[in-house]
Design a protein around this ligand. Structure first.
Ligand SMILES: [Zn+2]
Length: 367
């Protein structure tokens, strides 16, 4: 049904929605298209055909710009960029490279890593350590039992998340001011991970939440004041009406229309402690690795604070972001000045991402 949908046809897809869905889509997203043109010399034609399929694909390139009016996050999609040649550097056998680092300190966390002042949280699939060089006053590592971070399952990931959340509660007992938790996972060096052994990280901060989390709270709160409806519900509803949702038990999941980088997924859960959230994230990551061939990714959990605060978090769900960081063998960074300071440039089509991951809603989940 949605298999023919392409992100570059987004303006038409929105026009075809029901009036209510179209109004909602236009309320949150500003979408425009443009065509990039060029005039290649005859001598380049053979190379262009080999690299991009046909000269026509290159001489007129359709680009769609999607801006979230509420958050001012924005993305430029050009499918042609997905097939452009890259200097990918040395090729490597990733499994072998990961295995070669077995026996690292994270393989024996109790002897080789420090504990936090309140001790360790030990779960079925992970144990915490205190991070040696800290981002913030409280900064822990959720060290997975598995050395290879890509040997993941929904059950293991749910275990990693629940160990991370328990760490946040231990912090709160130690320091009731450190009520703003953050859980993140930088998988492999390409995604900013400095240690190959599977691990996520947890921090807790004081005073106010991290600025990007606080900004989303303020944006959603302003949206509710202006439109009288829930931003996160509406965001999911737009993605679902376009066929970008990935049905999973207990959460709302979709491939983002304004991804920060390749193949971004957003998972919205009611309660961070709900096991279905960790399972859903695990099912999606398993789909990432097994169906989409992703090996380097970031995961970030935006969570409301664990204690009472002056600002209002009552409507803020748990929002999880998952993003592909590209091939670990590639020497070119996926993030440049455009992404840091202007808008994200993305090649992967969210419709293809949702389509590829929808089968993971069939298995791997309890109930
Ligand atoms: Zn290890």
């Amino acid at each position: 049904m949605v298999s023919e949908h392409k992100i570059t046809d987004l303006p038409d897809l929105i026009s075809d929605l029901s009036p209510e869905d179209r109004t909602l889509a236009n309320r949150i997203f500003d979408v425009s298209t443009t065509t990039g043109r060029l005039d290649p010399p005859e001598a380049m034609h053979a190379w262009i055909e080999k690299s991009f399929g046909s000269v026509d694909h290159v001489t007129a390139q359709r680009i769609v710009k999607v801006t979230n009016r509420v958050t001012l996050e924005g993305t430029l999609f050009n499918e042609l960029r997905a097939s452009r040649p890259l200097d990918t550097g040395v090729s490597l056998d990733l499994d072998r490279e990961i295995a070669a680092t077995e026996g690292d300190p994270f393989c024996r966390p109790r002897e080789a890593t420090p504990a936090d002042v309140f001790g360790r949280v030990e779960g079925d699939h992970a144990t915490t350590a205190s991070n040696v060089a800290k981002y913030d006053g409280f900064h822990g590592v959720v060290i997975f039992d598995d050395h290879n971070p890509l040997h993941l399952t929904p059950e293991k990931v749910a275990g990693y998340v629940s160990v991370g959340l328990e760490w946040g509660r231990k912090v709160l007992e130690d320091d009731p001011e450190a009520r703003y938790p953050f859980l993140m996972w930088n998988c492999l060096w390409r995604a900013g991970g400095s240690i190959i052994h599977g691990h996520a990280q947890v921090t807790a901060t004081r005073g106010s939440h991290y600025p990007k989390v606080e900004r989303l709270r303020r944006n959603a709160s302003a949206y509710k004041r202006e439109h009288g409806s829930d931003y996160f519900e509406d965001l999911h509803s737009i993605h679902a009406s376009l066929g970008l949702d990935i049905p999973l038990e207990g959460v709302h999941t979709f491939a983002s229309l304004s991804p920060i980088k390749e193949k971004e997924l957003i998972v919205i859960g009611e309660d961070t402690g709900d096991a279905s959230l960790g399972h859903a994230v695990g099912a999606l990551l398993q789909g990432y690795v097994e169906d989409l061939g992703v090996s380097a990714f970031n995961v970030a959990f935006y969570m409301p604070p664990l204690g009472s605060t002056q600002e209002d978090w009552s409507d803020f769900p748990t929002v999880v972001y998952i993003v592909d960081r590209g091939d670990p063998a590639n020497r070119t960074s996926d993030i440049g000045a455009m992404e840091l300071y202007a808008a994200s440039v993305v090649a992967s089509d969210p419709f293809r991402v949702a389509e590829a991951l929808r089968p993971c809603s069939r298995g791997g989940l309890p109930g």
